[in-house]
Design a protein around this ligand. Structure first.
Ligand SMILES: [Zn+2]
Length: 160
């Protein structure tokens, strides 16, 4: 699956894209160690060609594996762009460059998803932060990131 559309087909009619895009293809750089992306992006949207741009309209959905910024509890959050409208310019500096008749919409989807990322993931809005017990568990700061990740993975499994 890729988010490519044929511009020539779009001259005739709207195109609907739906399916799943592997995370690797979405190529998200979250730059946030509290958020990891797993599974695929689920999408369903229509593509309509106007004179100077393409309008994308539909929904996007992505599961995020988060760690609470206050207590480090792992939790899963589904990022939903339910009434998403994307804009893909065909002219100007930021225009999409076609390869033959095809344009790749991935970059525009990626940018819009990153804008919706939680800035400060919390397991629950009223999370009090680390309790004394949880603090003890995490205070062994000699643990490597790998060890920490495996703990996180285990916790994650327990939760499921
Ligand atoms: Zn928390």
């Amino acid at each position: 699956m890729s988010l490519r559309v044929n511009l020539r087909h779009l001259e005739q009619e709207e195109i609907t894209l739906q399916g799943e895009l592997p995370v690797a293809e979405l190529d998200l750089e979250t730059r946030d160690e509290l958020i990891a992306v797993r599974d695929a992006l689920r999408y369903h949207f229509r593509v309509k060609r106007l004179t100077e741009n393409l309008v994308l309209q539909g929904w996007l959905e992505l599961d995020l594996a988060c760690r609470c910024a206050r207590c480090l509890t792992p939790f899963t959050q589904t990022l939903r762009l339910a009434d998403w409208v994307g804009d893909v310019p065909l002219t100007g500096e930021d225009r999409v460059v076609p390869e033959g008749d095809f344009v790749d919409l991935t970059r525009f989807v990626r940018e819009d998803i990153l804008l919706e990322f939680p800035q400060h993931p919390l397991c629950r809005p009223e999370c009090p932060g680390l309790t004394a017990d949880a603090g003890k568990a995490h205070s062994q700061s000699n643990a490597t990131e790998a060890e920490f990740s495996s703990v996180w993975a285990k916790l994650d499994k327990l939760k499921l």
